[in-house]
Design a protein around this ligand. Structure first.
Ligand code: ZN
Ligand code: ZN
Length: 432
C-alpha cells in the first residue's frame, strides 16, 4: 500500500527539515522524500496537504486508559480513538489499572487490546512496585520483554527514598526510565487544590508546591547517585522547574513533561468549584504558570503530555472535596498548545513538534518513532495552524466527559492522524 502526502510543509526537527516536500509512504514505512515537482508512483493514493504542516507522529507519554478494570470510564479502544482524534499516533498508558500493570501478562494484554482497536499505538508503562503499593519491586525485565517502555507508580507515588533508590538501580539494569509523580503525601494528604490565597478564600484544603519539589529533589539526587534515567511527570511548580534546570546544567539524566492544563489554567479556575478543575498536581497560581511558560521556551521542559484521566460523570458530580482527581485531555492538547504557546509567540511550530513528538520518542527510546527519517515507521500528524474550531465535549471520542474546556474556541488543530501508513483520523471541517 502506497500513500503520497502531497504539497505539505514538512517539519521534522530530528532531521533539521523545514520546507515543502512530498512524502511517500509504503508498507507502513517512510519510503521517500520527494521534491514537489518530482514524479511519484502512479499507484499511490494521494493525500493533499496543501497549506498543512506534516510532522512526525505525536507521542503522549502519559495517559490513563482504565483498562483493565474500569472500562466504564475508558477502554483502550475508546482512549485510542480519542488519541487519534487529537493528533496522537502513540500513547503510553500508566499502570494504575485494576489489576495494576505490574507483570508481563497485563502489559501484553494492553498491547493486544490496542492491536484489536487498530488506532493509536500503545506503549505501556509498567509499575515500579507490585500493585504500586511501594513495598516490593515489580518484575521490570519481564514487563520490558512484553513491551513496557518505562516504569512508574503514577497515581500512588513511591513513598520513600530507599525504595526509589532500589527502583532506579533496578530500572537502570533494564535501561528503563523511571517516571515519577512527585508528591510527598505527608505534605499534601487531604489537599484538593493548590495551597495559596485561593484555597484559603474558598476554604479548601491545599496541596503545597513544596510537596512536589521535595520529591523532585529526592529523585534528582538519586538519579545522580544511581545514573538512572529519571523523568518527572506533569511538572507544575516554579521550584521543581528550577531544580530540573539546575540538574540539567549538571548533566544529570533528568527530563520532564508538562500538561496542557498546567500551561493554560491557574488556580483562579477553581473559584466556581467545578470539579473539572480538580487534578493532581493541582492547577497552580499564576507565578508557577509563568515559570512553566518560561521553561517550555528555554527547553527545561522536554515534552507535552496530557495526563488524560477519564472519570465517570457521577463521580465528578460529587462535591469538590470528594470528587476524584483528573481530567481528560487527548482531544484538546493540540488546540491548547496552539492557543497558549504558538499563537502567543512563546514557541514556534518546530519547538511544538519537538515537544510532542521528537523528544517523547527520545525520552522513552521509541525506535523509529518521532522522526520522518526514511525507513522509520510511518506515524504522522498533520496540522492546520489556522483552522478555527470549537471543542464540544458531546462529540468527544472518550467515554468520559470530564474536561474544563468544553465550548472553548481554538485556532489550530491536528487535521489528520496517520498510524503505520494508514489514515486513521481526518478532522471534519464544518463550514459555518
Ligand atoms: Zn500523576
Ligand atoms: Zn497520571
Amino acid at each position: 500500500m502506497k500513500l503520497l502526502i502531497a504539497n505539505g510543509h514538512l517539519i521534522d526537527p530530528s532531521e533539521n527539515q523545514n520546507s515543502g516536500k512530498n512524502l511517500l509512504l509504503e508498507d507502513g514505512k517512510i519510503a521517500a522524500w520527494l521534491n514537489q515537482n518530482e514524479n511519484a508512483p502512479e499507484d499511490a493514493e494521494v493525500f493533499d496537504a496543501t497549506g498543512l504542516i506534516v510532522a512526525p507522529g505525536f507521542i503522549d507519554l502519559h495517559v490513563h486508559l482504565r483498562e483493565p478494570g474500569q472500562e466504564h470510564k475508558e477502554t483502550i479502544a475508546s482512549g485510542c480513538a480519542a488519541a487519534v482524534a487529537g493528533g496522537w499516533t502513540s500513547v503510553c498508558p500508566m499502570p494504575n489499572t485494576n489489576p495494576v500493570n505490574d507483570n508481563a501478562a497485563i502489559t501484553r494484554y494492553m498491547i493486544e487490546q490496542a492491536e484489536h482497536a487498530n488506532l493509536a499505538n500503545v506503549f505501556p508503562v509498567g509499575a515500579i512496585t507490585k500493585s504500586s503499593d511501594g513495598a516490593e519491586l515489580a518484575e521490570m525485565g519481564e514487563m520490558k520483554a512484553a513491551g513496557a517502555v518505562a516504569v512508574s507508580d503514577d497515581g500512588r507515588p513511591v513513598p520513600n527514598a530507599g525504595m526509589m533508590r532500589r527502583a532506579m538501580e533496578y530500572a537502570k539494569d533494564f535501561d528503563l526510565p523511571v517516571v515519577d509523580h512527585c508528591e510527598d503525601k505527608s505534605l499534601s494528604s487531604g489537599g484538593v487544590m493548590h495551597e495559596g490565597k485561593i484555597s484559603l478564600l474558598l476554604g479548601l484544603k491545599g496541596m503545597p508546591a513544596l510537596a512536589e519539589e521535595i520529591d523532585a529533589v529526592r529523585d534528582i539526587i538519586l538519579a545522580k547517585e544511581t545514573g538512572a534515567r529519571v523523568h518527572i511527570a506533569h511538572i507544575s511548580t516554579k521550584g521543581a522547574i528550577e531544580i530540573v534546570r539546575r540538574a540539567k546544567n549538571e548533566n544529570i539524566n533528568v527530563t520532564c513533561e508538562v500538561t496542557p492544563h498546567h500551561f493554560t489554567l491557574n488556580d483562579n479556575a477553581v473559584e466556581g468549584y467545578d470539579t473539572n478543575t480538580k487534578m493532581s498536581p493541582p492547577l497552580r497560581s499564576e507565578e508557577h504558570l509563568e515559570a512553566i511558560l518560561e521553561a517550555i521556551k528555554d527547553s527545561t521542559i522536554d515534552a507535552i503530555a496530557t495526563d488524560h484521566a477519564p472519570h465517570h460523570s457521577d463521580e465528578k458530580a460529587l462535591e469538590y472535596d470528594r470528587a476524584p482527581f483528573g481530567i481528560i485531555g487527548l482531544e484538546t492538547a493540540v488546540g491548547l498548545a496552539f492557543k497558549q504557546l504558538v499563537h502567543q509567540g512563546i514557541i514556534d511550530l518546530v519547538r511544538l513538534i519537538e515537544l510532542c513528538s521528537v523528544n517523547p520518542a527520545k525520552i522513552f527510546k521509541l525506535k523509529d518513532r518521532g522522526t520522518l527519517r526514511i525507513g522509520s515507521v510511518a506515524d504522522i500528524t498533520i496540522l492546520d495552524p489556522d483552522l478555527n474550531w470549537v471543542y464540544k465535549i458531546s462529540e468527544s471520542k472518550s467515554k468520559s466527559k470530564n474536561s474544563p474546556f468544553d465550548g472553548w474556541e481554538f485556532q489550530g488543530a491536528a487535521v489528520a492522524t496517520i498510524v503505520g501508513g494508514k489514515i486513521l483520523f481526518r478532522k471534519e471541517i464544518k463550514e459555518n
